[in-house]
Design a binder for this molecule. Structure first.
Ligand SMILES: Cc1ncc(COP(=O)(O)O)c(C=O)c1O
Length: 366
């Protein structure tokens, strides 16, 4: 079988130099060579988020959920609660973590694919002074909507709250800017917009907040932000045995963003690809979940099919293309998600659309 074209929101197609980075000779995570590469990777993550010297990055071996769990199980102090803003599946995943750790939270929910109402959020902030941490998803992957991080960040500044954004599907795909958006904690992974492999996650946070963490307030042994921070700060290492071999590709993928012309160039490529995909799907008469006025991401397009989505996805897989089925009820409505993360260029999108159109006709006639 030949390699499939992954138009899925992770895992993604990686550049050859990222794959080749896996072939690096084996090193020990307690060696000077690891420490140097670890520090170099931290610096590049900080740059990716347009952060200044008041921020610090730690790297967690695991998926996006592990980074989210590291933050949410570590940063809430006794007597505090979290204000959860959600409008999709990945907001619900944050909720699942809060529930699991029995963390008190104020649930501010909006219907899926609906923009946050900042008046509602402001009223909730006034009513809940104990909700010191506001948690939200930056790019709600289940719909493809970019949430109002800037507006929420402004409210957090006004009411003295700390903003945690899950930027798992946004880092290297959107302009995040933790300083401008007043973000205190953010999480992401290598295996999405950055173009590395799944299995590497990271947390970026204000150093002053990390300095205030105590071992007692962290409720997980492995996904422990205090341990990760102290270990990184004092030894330039991870507390446990990390996925050493995945650090090299992660580092290379970060370098690739800067060599492509920086984050602006990467986002511009993704926007161009998304525009081609969206126009192509509309030209086929298909309906997109988000309208032109909605704040669509540069990498995920949610589209309803006039045929059985599962059959269509199987047929496309036979033709070498992989997408995602829509989450929850969207699947029943035959919605699929077409992503353009990683090594995907405008011509790949045009080629994909040609096959998409033919396949749609085939499935219609089945
Ligand atoms: C916004 C967001 N948060 C969290 C996750 C969970 O990440 P993982 O499946 O890597 O644990 C995802 C996965 O797609 C995501 O898109």
């Amino acid at each position: 079988m030949s390699a499939p074209k992954l138009f899925s929101p992770g895992p993604v197609l990686v550049k050859a130099n990222v794959r080749n980075a896996l072939l690096h000779y084996d090193i020990c995570h307690r060696s000077k060579e690891f420490e140097a590469m670890f520090q170099d990777t931290q610096k590049k993550i900080i740059k990716l988020f347009n952060a200044d010297e008041s921020y610090y990055a730690v790297i967690v071996s695991g998926s996006g959920t592990s980074a989210n769990e590291t933050v949410l199980s570590s940063v809430v102090k006794p007597g505090e609660s979290v204000m959860l803003l959600r409008n999709g599946l990945f907001g619900e995943r944050l909720q699942e973590i809060l529930e699991k750790y029995k963390t008190p939270y104020v649930d501010v929910s909006f219907p899926w694919a609906t923009a946050f109402d900042t008046d509602v959020i402001e009223a909730q902030m006034k009513a809940h002074p104990e909700a010191k941490i506001v948690a939200m998803v930056f790019h709600e992957t289940s719909t493809g909507m970019i949430n109002k991080a800037y507006e929420v960040g402004q409210l957090c500044a006004k009411y003295g709250r700390k903003l945690f954004t899950d930027t798992v599907s946004a880092a290297a795909g959107q302009h995040i800017d933790v300083v401008k958006n007043n973000i205190t904690f953010a999480t992401s992974v290598g295996g999405k917009c950055l173009g590395a492999f799944p299995g590497s996650a990271y947390v970026i946070a204000k150093t002053a907040e990390l300095e205030q963490l105590t071992p007692d307030q962290c409720h997980n042994v492995y996904l422990n932000l205090y341990k990760h921070y102290v270990s990184a700060r004092d030894t330039h290492q991870t507390p446990n045995t990390p996925n050493v071999n995945l650090f090299w590709p992660l580092n290379q993928a970060l370098t690739n963003v800067f060599e492509e012309g920086g984050l602006d160039a990467r986002v511009a490529r993704y926007e161009e690809c998304a525009a081609i995909i969206r126009q192509g799907l509309k030209d086929m008469g298909l309906k997109l979940l988000l309208g032109d006025a909605d704040h669509k991401s540069s990498t995920v397009t949610s589209v309803f099919l006039p045929v059985d989505a599962k059959t269509f996805l199987r047929e496309m897989e036979d033709r070498g293309y992989v997408f995602y089925i829509g989450k929850a009820d969207y699947a029943k409505q035959n919605m699929i998600q077409v992503a353009n993360m990683g090594e995907i260029y405008p011509q790949d999108c045009r080629n994909m659309l040609r096959v998409f159109k033919e396949c749609l006709e085939t499935v219609k006639n089945m």
